[in-house]
Write a protein that binds this ligand. Sequence first.
Ligand SMILES: Cc1cc2nc3c(=O)[nH]c(=O)nc-3n(C[C@H](O)[C@H](O)[C@H](O)COP(=O)(O)O)c2cc1C
Length: 837
Amino acid sequence: MAAPESEQVIFIEEGDDEYSTDSGGSDLGYDSDLDPSYSPLEDTHATFSKLSIGKKSKSRIGKDLDMGVDEIEEKVIQKIIEAGQQEKLKVEQCKVYLRKNGLRLTGNKPTLIQRIKEHLEISNGGGERRYPIFSFVLDCKGDACTGDVVMFKQNVYKMFNIAACSASGPPCGKRIVAGRIVKESYGAAKQQHTFTIEVLWSKGEKPLPPLRPLLIKGRNLYRLKTLRQRWEDEGERHKVLMEKHSRGFIARSNREIRIHGKEKRKLLKANRMSINQVPKSCLSQMNLIVTEKVEILSQQQLALNMDSNQMKNGPQQLSVQPQKPSLSVDHRKLAAQPQLSADSKKAAKLLSQLVEQELAVMQNNCQTQVPQDPIVQLSGIREAPINRQRLKSINHHPPTCPPQEQSCMKQHLCPYYPKGRCYCGDNCKFLHEQRDNGDQRREYRFQMAAEPVNLNEFQELARLALPKMYYDFYAGGAEDEHTLKENVEAFHRITFRPRILVDVSRIDLSTTILDYKISAPIIIAPTALHKLANPEGEVATARAAASCNTIMVLSFTSSSSIEEVAASSNAVFKKRDITATLVQRAERNGFKALVLTADTPRLGRREADIKNKMITPPLKNLEGLLSTKVSSDTGSNFEADANETMDASLSWKDLEWLRSITNLPILIKGILTREDGKIKAPSDDMSIALFCFPCSLRLKEDSFPFIHSIKAVEVGVAGIIVSNHGARQLDYTPATISALEEVVHAVKGRVPILMDGGVRRGTDVFKALALGAQAVLIGRPVVYGLAAKGEYGVRRVIEMLKDEFELTMALTGCPSVKHITRKHGQLKSFYGLQRKF
Ligand SMILES: Cc1cc2nc3c(=O)[nH]c(=O)nc-3n(C[C@H](O)[C@H](O)[C@H](O)COP(=O)(O)O)c2cc1C
């Protein structure tokens, strides 16, 4: 007999604590629990009303009419199945079988037949044989997706009230369920994350029949310590997860925006209503409070008047007794006076506004600590209770609470680990910043949903998205961070000399670097450990670079391997055999040039990392070559690792060795002086050893960046990167934009010069080109984009910079990069005078 369709889905809820406000539930650690307007029943009711009422009654009617027909049909089906000829079943027959066994009816004929076959196979203990307990080896760790084969243990309750969605009484036992996640979605009404799991086998109390679909909320599934099988291709799973995360992000953001609007409307309504609803007794009480306030206001006004008088009339005015200000009438009488004078009307208006305020304060206790803008106070309109954070200046990252209070912050399970942003594992002992406060979380989501309009806004988003330790790692510089600030501020001291009436209807941003054409003179600088910013790491960055048709330079200290990214490398390790191996791997993977970072004989002193006891994830490129073990106990191993691997004795002669092991051209990064730029010129005697500079990466059609092949240069450099390593090495080196000119003059155009450090605006790109750079590289903005919005974020960073650069070209009268000259800019001197470059 066919079971009604409503019975085909089992909705699992875990006991009375079903809607508790624990935050460890949903996949990204942010749960709908925080939504004050959230009614947990709504989604469930919606689901049930869809599942049961309409369909149930219909199917009951149908059931009575069709009973006889179904029984005959069942027998036919049974025969076909016994003969092992399931393929011969018609769609309707499949549905009869599936309905009878309470299975899903979705899908086309082959899917239905496949489901029947599987059902036959896994009934009678076949499920457990096919999916044995020991095959569930991985902890889902708060992140599961469609396609996962999972296993969990759950409480079973005797009494489960479907309408109230809760179990009553103690659990009557436990059961183990193994199942396949066939669907997962964020509910339309409340964006609650729900999984549909097809049961493969179930044991214990009230076991569930095989292939029964089970609806289970995300946070419950995760709370059940769910284990999963390994996928054949875990990379594939990663893609599915990424897609799910982005959907989740959008769903949560939408809800945040809705809640935000709702709260605002609620507050405004409460404010409007409050003045009408205040009982008179209460009003007179308020009068007292308000009167004092008005008097204080009046006195302040008087003080101001006195000041201005003092200015006008000199010191003798000080002895004048202050007159009674117009507002200081006896407000205690105001309520009793039927006719109000103009002054007292004013006062009454002020008074009523203040009453509104007091009420609003009563209603929003939480806001009393937030200093109110006096204008907002007097207007009587309150903003929604959100502590807006201003965008911080580029190098500023204040702790969320003063250091002395940090000890009282609750230590909790690392929320970043499941998101792939913490590499310390389950035992993470680091105090990641918490966002326990609902407002802050809401604000965070609100901000994350917003589309940044410039690169600096990406920095703030990255700060919100990342654990403090990792944000500091990316944002920080060496020691006093003087150079870090200078790298950015030096750009501000250059202004433009724009040309007018030039036809700029078509702007060509493209340029050629070492014979390779790229869409704009903007390249991605090598930066370490992109997986701290996003689980996809350098692969996502590379894809973004490819889609923007530009070059990405991959760091050897990347968290994805050379093979994964198939890009460039840029360091010489102390152990030369390691360097040789890496170079060979780079060559094997299609790399056509190398970038040698020459400013890192030792690691700069980055105090934020020292304080945070920075832990790095395993360096993929070094796996099997060096110990890549990560310790969560000892804190910073970054410095120690770097000092073990970097070669402090590296000198110009070693470039000869590097050249001897590769035919790839080598680009040198980290030059800041004319001496280093000039001595290494091709015409110099030592050129063979010293001029194996330049290289760059090229994007292949398959969207991975590859190093450009460059013309064989007999001797000499193919290019130089003027860089101070993003101010992470030696503090008090000049800003790179200030050092650029010196190197450009020394090199005299014999090799192309690139620069990086502090480029945040299209105008900065223009300034660098005007000073003689052929292209710029950007470091931090890329990782900020990656942290905030993944591959899309990196793409946006590059696109934004390109757009700004294009606009600068148009407004300075430069239709192509060739038109950008030194005459387009001038330096602001310390004395405010302008000087041409
Ligand atoms: C987090 C981080 C990691 C970096 N890692 C490397 C690296 O592995 N190799 C390298 O040559 N430069 C490295 N750099 C320096 C960059 O290549 C680049 O010179 C610098 O970031 C440019 O400055 P900007 O961040 O202001 O754009 C790193 C910079 C940062 C911020």
